[in-house]
Ligand binder design. Structure first.
Ligand SMILES: [Zn+2]
Length: 493
């Protein structure tokens, strides 16, 4: 088999000559308690085949009943993605045989999807790009084949039908993405919106968010598309980026060697670090779609759509803009703080409790997020409440304690969940060093460093910082930095 080049072996000249055209198909599991066409639970991790009934097992004579909540979630996602939700949509049967599909067909929306014509904006290096969303439709998930972990796994494949009938929304992008970085940014942005709106938990490990990519290349500036290849099995953000980079390089290599790209479906093999042929176009399924006769067409009235729209939360981009405008923080800070709804809520609660926006943003990003990360905790289980952090920030901002002492106090707060004022009083940290003590320390530092004093006298302003730092150290970080600055300046001049 031909050994394909990797991106690093494709010269930058060749990478300049071609551009990639990428579209993503994302399956997001809708966060309902029960399945899309029956009352079985969607709980992840239950013992195999415990959440099944005659409907999702596809037994003869059973009829599906559409879960209204699943449609509502789909409408919610579609509106958040700026799609047009259609008043009338319909389910079709997608016919194929597979052991994990007991009915022999999947119920999916094909001819008349729930929503079309949306977009989201991705931001990269400060530049915004709009990526079109072709369609969002509803469908049921299939079961899962289990190839190992059971008594006779060596000879047999086991099937778990718990997933069968789990509601999914398939979100198909326009082929607007040009690099693996853009694809990564698109998936990140899409995931954030789905999380904000609560339509999916987007848990990739549990299969709640899955991604396939369509990739082709063309000469830069060309209008027509090259032959596209579908890449499946992109089970993490990292795999997506790596698989796309590999695939783009492979296409360039094949075309430059005078070859032809075959239209096919490929799988990402993470262990081997390459994509591999899964099936060619010749073997592609003919799904023989036809309208599902057991379900009525889906009707989403204007009134219902409006209700769902009114219940949408503030979306990430709007929140970032508001944070910058209302709290005077930088766009970068806003991006970090609006990363998740819960972190954004925490930040706003700190500010509402009285802390200035900029200071609150700094404390959260430097001290809180670092310690949460180190201890493997989520923001919702932070041992320091927003009100407690606000109190600490106020103590520092008002000059009652220094920033250095504040950090020590924060460390104790994080471990003990005690309030800042109590820690300051108990540890005697509040007594800031008197001006007389600062002056004494400063005189000593200056006396010990005649060479630096001479440099300063000769006009080297940079040495000033050295003296301030030494005095701060001598006073164990408890002196007011402004007082130290003033006193050192007075003594040196
Ligand atoms: Zn069922």
């Amino acid at each position: 088999m031909t050994k394909f080049a990797t991106e690093s072996t494709i010269s930058s000249q060749l990478q300049e000559k071609y551009e990639a055209v990428i579209g993503l198909e994302v399956h997001a599991q809708l966060l309902t308690k029960s399945k899309i066409f029956c009352g079985c639970s969607t709980q992840f991790g239950d013992s195999p085949n415990s959440n099944t009934c005659p409907v999702c097992l596809g037994l003869p004579g059973t009829l599906p009943i559409l879960n209204k909540r699943a449609v509502e979630m789909g409408v919610r996602a579609a509106l958040a993605l700026n799609c047009q939700v259609h008043e009338h949509s319909r389910f079709d049967r997608k016919n194929y045989f597979y052991p994990d599909l007991p009915k022999g067909y999947q119920i999916s929306q094909y001819h008349l999807p729930l929503a079309t014509g949306g977009w989201i904006e991705i931001v990269q290096d400060g530049k915004t790009k709009r990526i079109g969303i072709t369609r969002l439709h509803l469908e049921e998930d299939a079961g899962k084949s289990l190839h190992d972990g059971f008594l006779q796994s060596a000879e047999k494949t086991y099937v778990d039908f718990n997933r069968c009938g789990t509601p999914l929304s398939e979100i198909v992008s326009e082929p607007d993405l040009r690099t693996s970085d853009e694809a990564y940014a698109y998936l990140t942005t899409l995931r954030q919106i789905l999380l904000y709106t609560g339509v999916s938990d987007c848990n990739m490990e549990e299969g709640s968010l899955r991604c396939d990519a369509n990739v082709s290349i063309r000469l830069r500036g060309a209008k027509e598309f090259g032959t596209k290849v579908e890449v499946k099995n992109l089970n993490s953000f990292r795999y997506l980026a790596k698989a796309l980079e590999f695939e783009i390089a492979r296409h360039i290599f094949v075309v430059e060697s005078g070859g032809r790209i075959l239209q096919e479906t490929r799988l990402w093999n993470q262990a081997a670090g390459r994509t591999e042929t899964m099936r060619s176009k010749e073997k592609a399924h003919d799904y023989r779609y036809f309208p599902e006769p057991d379900l009525l067409p889906v009707h989403v009235s204007a009134g219902w759509q409006n209700e769902v729209r009114l219940a949408l939360p503030e979306l990430p981009s709007a929140k970032r803009e508001r944070f910058v405008a209302a709290f005077g923080i930088t766009p970068y800070d806003a991006e970090v703080l609006a990363d998740s709804q819960s972190l954004a809520n925490y930040f706003e609660a700190v500010v509402q409790a009285g802390a200035p926006g900029k200071a609150a943003a700094n404390w959260i990003q430097t001290e809180l997020l670092r310690r949460l990360n180190d201890s493997g905790k989520e923001i919702v289980s932070s041992p320091v409440s927003p009100a407690a952090l606000s109190e600490l920030v106020s103590l520092v901002e008002s000059g009652k304690i220094t920033a250095a002492v504040g950090k020590k106090v924060f460390a104790i707060m994080f471990e003990s969940a005690r309030p800042a004022s109590e820690i300051v009083a108990a540890e005697g940290l509040g007594a800031q060093v008197s001006d007389a003590a600062i002056e004494a320390a400063a005189r000593e530092v200056i006396a010990k460093n005649p060479e630096n004093l001479a440099k300063f006298k000769a006009g080297n302003e940079g040495v000033f910082k050295f003296f301030v730092g030494q005095v701060m150290r001598a006073t164990k970080g408890q002196a007011n930095p402004q007082s130290v600055n003033d006193i050192v300046r007075k003594l040196l001049s």
